[in-house]
Design a binder for this molecule. Structure first.
Ligand code: SAH
Length: 254
């Protein structure tokens, strides 16, 4: 039932945290662990010892060289961080995150992402996410241990996962499915090139506009069909800015 939900740990340093995260997941019915460029050696005896019986999660664990590589075919990517950001994403509590995740079509691949122990998720990593989850805490101490944070989120997801409701959800047609992270990144490259070309963007004058645009599109959780529509729009914009004329003037009946 929770097969579409993956936990991604970025640059994890302590083997004990990987093992404890696997155990936390196993207790809550989550089996898909991904390590993005782990600093700790994987697998290792210490990880297995701390997993305490969650061997199936470790056997199923996939390792990727980078976070961007790891999320290429994911449709929903949710970052976790206690920190306020300069360019904030839409923020959810752990409980709201679980509800959001369980409201998605079970065919969508969902990643919930955790940062490295020392510094958490970077702004660049969060910019690849569609939502930021904050686990509510006492204001005196806002940062949980990595595996404890995984446990809280996994628990909320488990509680929110209502099997009956999910089973009744219709499977959407392929073009109605949410776009993957790779499709979104291709769209953003296309968008940036086009906006530079039509001189809407000027990186020397204002570097903040483009990140604001990608944040807006991330918030929308675009479907593949919608990404294709937007890319069609970019193509038309580009063509018309090159020819310098309106489609109607160029004989286009539409
Ligand atoms: N010093 C780091 C702490 C990292 S803790 C920082 O200030 O961000 C390791 C990871 O646990 C974080 O990257 C985040 O993924 C998760 N985490 C810890 N506390 C959290 C909280 N209150 N809300 C959301 N995620 C949290």
């Amino acid at each position: 039932m929770l097969d579409n939900i993956h936990i991604i740990l970025i640059n994890t340093t302590h083997p004990g945290n990987i093992g404890a995260a696997a155990r936390a997941m196993k207790t809550m019915g989550l089996n898909n662990l991904i390590l993005a460029n782990p600093y700790a050696k994987f697998p290792s005896a210490e990880i297995t010892a701390r997993a305490a019986g969650a061997d199936s999660v470790l056997e199923n664990t996939k390792v990727f060289a980078s976070f961007a590589e790891a999320i290429k075919d994911f449709n929903v990517v949710i970052g976790t961080s206690a920190e306020e950001r300069r360019l904030p994403l839409q923020r959810l509590t752990a409980r709201e995150c679980a509800e959001f995740v369980c409201a998605q079509n079970p065919a969508e691949k969902i990643a919930i992402v955790f940062g490295t122990e020392r510094s958490g998720m970077s702004n660049e990593e969060l910019a690849l996410c569609q939502r930021q989850v904050v686990i509510p805490t006492s204001p005196d101490c806002t940062s949980l241990n990595l595996a404890a944070a995984v446990q809280v989120i996994a628990y909320e997801v488990f509680v929110a996962a209502c099997a009956a409701e999910r089973a009744e959800m219709p499977i959407k047609a392929a073009h109605d499915r949410l776009a993957t992270s790779a499709e979104l990144q291709q769209f953003y490259e296309h968008l940036e090139q086009t906006l530079l070309e039509i001189e809407f963007l000027n990186p020397v004058v204002d570097k903040k506009i483009f990140p604001r645009l990608t944040r807006l599109f991330n918030r929308a959780c675009l479907e593949t069909g919608e990404v294709n529509l937007l890319r069609g729009l970019l193509k038309a914009l580009r063509k018309n800015s090159q020819t310098g004329c309106h489609p109607r003037e160029s004989g286009d009946p539409g």
